[in-house]
Design a protein around this ligand. Structure first.
Ligand code: NAD
Length: 469
């Protein structure tokens, strides 16, 4: 991985001295030809994406298993099913979404046509991370194609087996005049970003998000930034402890914790911490057996660097459950840390691994203050039998998304916008929101050539009468 191997159209590597300039100008020419605009073209490309998902299903499951030991159920659910769900929703609604939206008019424009045209941006760049290495480029790609754009996809070089699969086969399904896959590490991506794109959709860490936004600013290119952060999970004293433990453990340990919207830490009272601990232990044993290292349903950390980073967070508070590691396998047991202090290592950065710290707070108000004193998260979770408590947490905090009494499930609805706020990102997607993200809403007025007498009221020479005074 890391080699600059632009796939798809023939690339002239010398234009402007940038290795990707030829590729970008080739795609721009294709976009300007108008080829991507007709509904039938967009539908055909989207259907081809559907065939990619169906025919390469097994290869996707194998590649993600090699990359991070992703359990096939989890891979099937997130990389295939959720993508198909987005795809079908788009195929079913695209002709309606694409329609001009006619808007209200004033007296002078009564005989005219005033409408919003959903115009494609042009040539867009999608940069994806490694944790859901198909889903996180495919869902934006569905919207980018649906909106009529040409696209460069840059998958993550860290999930190298999936990257290879995507580079080898994706462009065989798509029109290579308009869609390309670029395999690139940091250096090559830096060069890629020197080119002028018409839109950049980035998913990854807040620090790289800043780099991407800075590169985009040079060309005044609009961006969507889907970033990470620490997602708090407040558990109130009135709740069904067993169910809370099962739902939190599922969300935290899914994909071995490498999920941007995973609950990152629990905030609860000291009494609730005592009640949650046996319930969490029970849930973990139920899910992964007595030795999670032997479970086919528990993933591994994606790489050695990431393994060492996550392992270093274990020295926070007290290991109450798990804590075992195996560097050879990049295995970190599902772990719960008790009595974690805000100054502990696990509370200084996004965990992005199978570790769940519990931070004790006095009550809901202290939990809310704790959340609001930190950067705005991608997701806030709140558990309580009392819906007033859930609503209070919703009302008094700010985050990209929110889920009461469960974790992760908010992403399964194509009807909900998905995205961050502040440190967790900028812009929204999923369902129609993805189509809108990749469409320029062009305000159009098509005037009637008649009624010139009425129009002459606004032409010079001006006088008081013309103003109606
Ligand atoms: P990352 O930011 O390291 O990398 C993301 C992408 O950026 C990769 O394709 C990588 O090649 C590229 N990249 C890395 N450094 C770069 C640089 N200096 N210049 C240009 N491009 C560069 O993120 P990651 O480790 O792949 O993913 C983990 C992060 O992504 C976590 O913070 C997680 O929360 C976040 N994430 C967010 C979402 C979301 O939807 N909001 C989804 C998944 C992951």
């Amino acid at each position: 991985s890391g080699g600059a191997i632009p796939k798809g159209p023939v690339v002239c590597s010398t234009v402007c001295g940038n290795p990707y300039a030829g590729l970008v100008s080739h795609l721009r020419a294709a976009w300007l030809s108008g080829k991507t605009r007709p509904l039938e073209y967009r539908l055909a490309q989207l259907e081809a994406l559907g065939r990619f998902l169906e025919e390469k299903k097994q290869d996707i499951l194998e590649a993600t298993a090699l990359d991070m030991g992703k359990p096939s159920f989890e891979a099937y659910f997130t990389e295939i099913l959720l993508c198909k769900n987005e795809l079908n929703n788009t195929l079913n609604n695209l002709s309606h979404w694409m329609k001009d939206e006619h808007v209200d008019k004033n007296l002078v424009t009564q005989l005219d046509s005033a409408f919003i045209r959903k115009d494609p941006y042009g040539v867009v760049l999608i940069i994806a991370p490694w944790n859901y290495p198909i889903h996180l480029f495919l869902v934006p790609l569905i919207g980018a194609i649906a909106a009529g754009n040409c696209v460069v996809v840059k998958p993550s070089e860290i999930a190298k087996n999936t990257e290879r699969l995507v580079a080898e086969v994706l462009t065989c399904y798509l029109d290579s005049d308009c869609f390309a896959v670029v395999t690139a590490g940091v250096q090559e991506t830096t060069r890629l970003l020197e080119n002028k794109f018409d839109y950049i959709f980035f998913t990854g860490s807040p620090s790289v998000g800043r780099i991407v936004m800075t590169a985009a600013a040079k060309h005044l290119t609009p961006v969507t930034l889907e970033l990470g952060g620490k997602n708090p999970c407040y558990v109130s004293d009135t709740c069904d402890v067993q169910n809370v433990a099962r739902r939190v453990a599922w969300g935290r340990f899914f994909n071995a914790g490498q999920t941007c919207i995973a609950p990152d830490y629990i905030l609860c009272s000291v009494e609730m911490q005592d009640k949650l601990m046996p319930a969490l232990r029970e849930a973990i044993t139920e899910y992964f057996g007595p030795n999670p290292q032997e479970s086919p349903d528990f993933a591994r950390i994606v790489g050695d660097k990431q393994f060492r980073r996550v392992r270093a967070l274990l020295c926070s508070g007290r290991v109450a459950i798990g804590g075992q590691t195996d560097e050879k396998e990049r295995y970190i047991a599902p772990t719960v840390l008790a009595d974690v202090q805000p100054c502990d290592p696990a509370m200084q950065e996004e965990i992005f691994g199978p570790i769940l710290p519990i931070v004790v707070v006095a009550d809901m108000d202290e939990a809310i203050d704790f959340i609001n004193a930190r950067p705005r998260p991608l997701a806030v979770y709140a558990f309580s039998c009392d819906s007033k408590v859930v609503n209070q947490v919703l009302e008094k905090t700010s985050s990209g998304c929110f889920c009461g009494n469960d974790t992760l499930m908010q992403v399964t609805l194509t009807s909900l916008p998905f995205g961050g706020i502040g440190n967790s990102g900028l812009g929204k997607y999923h369902g129609k929101f993805t189509f809108d993200t990749f469409s320029q809403h062009r305000g159009c007025l098509h005037r009637n050539m008649g009624l010139e007498a009425l129009n002459s009221l606004r032409y010079p020479p001006y006088n008081q009468q013309k103003l109606g005074l």
